[in-house]
Design a protein around this ligand. Structure first.
Ligand SMILES: [Ca+2]
Length: 417
C-alpha cells in the first residue's frame, strides 16, 4: 500500500515536509520495486540488566551524521581469504569451540571449521524460501558448552505464505555427523504474509537472561505502528519464549507483552555494545538506512517518518519533523543496505576495539562505526570488497569473518596485514 497515494491534501503536506528537510533528499535512485520490496540487502549478537543503562544518555533527536555520501577508502588494513563457498548463506555465528554455524536461506545449516571443512546438519525444519524469506539467523545458547542449544529463525511455510518462527533445538554430534533434536517453537508470528522483510535477527543480552528478536514489517508498513501487529518490532523474550515480567507492556495481551520497541522497518542487525547498549540497524526505503540506539518502549518512527523516500520517489516526512519518534543516531543516504552487525572485541585490529562492524549488501563492503566519548556513533571506515556482504562475526582470535550474498558465495576471513 502506498501512503499519500491519490490524496491532494496529503500530497501538499508531504511536499511541504520534504521542502522543510532538503538536506536529506536522496541524490540517486538506489533500487527498484515498491516500497517495502527493498533491493535488500540482510544478522546477530547480545545486555544490560542494569537499569541505569546508557540508552537514555543521548537526546532523542540529536543531529545525526549522514554517512551515505562518504566514499570508500582505497586501502584496507586487512587481507581477505576465501575459506569456503555456500549457496545463498544468510547468517554465521561462532560456537565456543571456534567452529561456525552457518545458515543457508533455502533451509540448510552447516557446521564449518576455520579451515573450511563443512558438516551438514540434519533435522533442520523446512523454510519458506522466497524473496527475502527463508532460513534466517542462528545464535548459540549463552550456555552452549553445557546445553548444546541453538536458537534460530526462519520463515516457515504456512497457509497464506510464511510466518517468522523463532525455534530452539539441541545440536547432537556423533560419528562425524550432526543433527538437530528436541526442536521447539518458541514464538510464531501471526498471521502469515507472502511478502518479504522478515527481520529475524537474534541477540542475547550479555547476562544471557533475555533474547531479543527483530521482526520486519513484511512489506506492510502501517503494521509497524500497530501495537497489536507482530510486525516492525523488536521483541524481548525469556529464553524459553515466555514474556519477561519487566517488559514495557508486560501483562498486556498478545504481542504487546513481548514488545521492546516499535516503528522498525527491516532490521538485519542487532547487537549489544561492550557498554551494554543495544544497537540495531535497519534498511530504509529509498535512502535512510538507520543505526538506532534501542531503548525499551522506544518508537523509531517507521513508516510515519524516515530519512529516505518511497521507492517511487515520493517523499516521506523526515525524522526531524516528528520529535516524538526516536531518530537514528547515524543514517545512510544513499543507502548501504546494512546486513550483519558485530561489535569488535579482539587484539588483531587494536584500532577497532569497541567499533561496530556492518556488512553492506548495496555498499558491497564493510563499514566500521566508531563511538565517541559521548557515545555518539560516527562512520570511521568503509572498505569496498566488490561483493554484497550478508553477515559479520568476530572470532576469538580477533579475525573478522564475513559471508557474501548469493549463489557460490564465499565465507571470508579478514586478518591484519
Ligand atoms: Ca526510524
Amino acid at each position: 500500500m502506498t501512503r499519500f497515494s491519490a490524496l491532494p491534501a496529503a500530497l501538499a503536506l508531504a511536499a511541504l515536509l520534504a521542502a522543510a528537510a532538503p538536506a536529506a533528499r536522496c541524490a540517486a535512485p538506489q533500487g527498484a520495486g515498491p516500497r517495502g520490496a527493498a533491493p535488500e540487502g540482510a544478522s546477530p549478537d547480545q545486555a544490560a540488566s542494569k537499569s541505569a543503562a546508557p540508552e537514555n544518555a543521548t537526546p532523542k533527536n540529536a543531529a545525526a551524521q549522514n554517512a551515505g555520501p562518504l566514499p570508500a577508502q582505497a586501502d584496507a588494513p586487512f587481507a581477505v581469504r576465501r575459506i569456503a563457498a555456500f549457496d545463498r548463506p544468510w547468517a554465521i555465528a561462532f560456537l565456543p569451540d571456534g567452529r561456525l554455524v552457518l545458515t543457508e536461506k533455502a533451509g540448510r545449516m552447516f557446521l564449518v571449521t576455520q579451515a573450511g571443512a563443512k558438516t551438514a546438519i540434519d533435522g533442520v525444519p523446512a523454510a519458506y524460501d522466497r524473496g527475502q524469506n527463508g532460513m534466517l539467523d542462528v545464535a548459540p545458547s549463552p550456555d552452549f558448552a553445557r546445553d548444546r542449544l541453538l536458537y534460530f529463525t526462519r520463515v516457515a511455510p504456512e497457509k497464506g505464505g510464511g510466518a517468522l518462527i523463532l525455534a530452539r533445538a539441541r545440536l547432537d554430534e556423533s560419528g562425524g555427523r550432526a543433527r538437530l533434536s528436541e526442536l521447539t517453537t518458541l514464538w510464531r508470528q501471526r498471521p502469515a504474509s507472502r511478502g518479504g522483510q522478515p527481520g529475524g535477527i537474534i541477540a542475547f543480552s550479555p547476562d544471557g537472561r533475555h533474547l531479543f528478536l527483530t521482526v520486519g514489517d513484511r512489506m506492510e508498513p502501517d503494521t509497524a505502528q500497530d501495537p497489536e501487529a507482530a510486525r516492525g518490532k523488536i521483541l524481548r523474550l525469556n529464553p524459553d519464549g515466555s514474556a519477561p515480567p519487566d517488559n514495557p507492556m508486560a501483562g498486556q495481551a498478545g504481542i504487546r507483552a513481548l514488545t521492546w520497541s516499535t516503528g522498525h522497518r527491516n532490521a538485519y542487525g542487532l547487537a549489544f555494545a561492550p557498554d551494554g547498549t543495544l544497537w540495531e540497524h535497519e534498511m530504509g526505503p529509498r535512502g535512510g538506512d538507520e543505526l538506532n540506539r534501542i531503548r525499551p518502549g522506544g518508537n523509531y518512527g517507521w513508516p510515519e517518518v524516515s530519512n529516505g523516500d518511497q521507492y517511487s520517489g515520493w517523499p516521506i516526512p523526515r525524522h526531524a519533523t516528528r520529535p516524538e519518534f526516536d531518530a537514528p543516531s547515524l543514517y545512510w543516504t544513499p543507502v548501504i543496505a546494512p546486513a550483519g552487525l558485530a561489535f569488535y572485541r579482539g587484539t588483531a585490529f587494536p584500532a577497532w576495539q569497541g567499533s561496530a562492524l556492518i556488512g553492506g549488501l548495496r555498499a558491497e563492503g564493510l563499514v566500521r562505526v566508531a563511538f565517541g566519548k559521548d557515545g555518539v556513533p560516527r562512520q570511521a571506515d568503509r572498505w569496498s570488497l566488490d561483493r554484497r556482504i550478508r553477515d559479520v562475526a568476530v572470532a576469538a582470535d580477533g579475525a573478522v569473518w564475513l559471508i557474501e550474498d548469493g549463489s557460490g558465495a564465499g565465507l571470508l576471513r579478514l586478518t591484519a596485514k
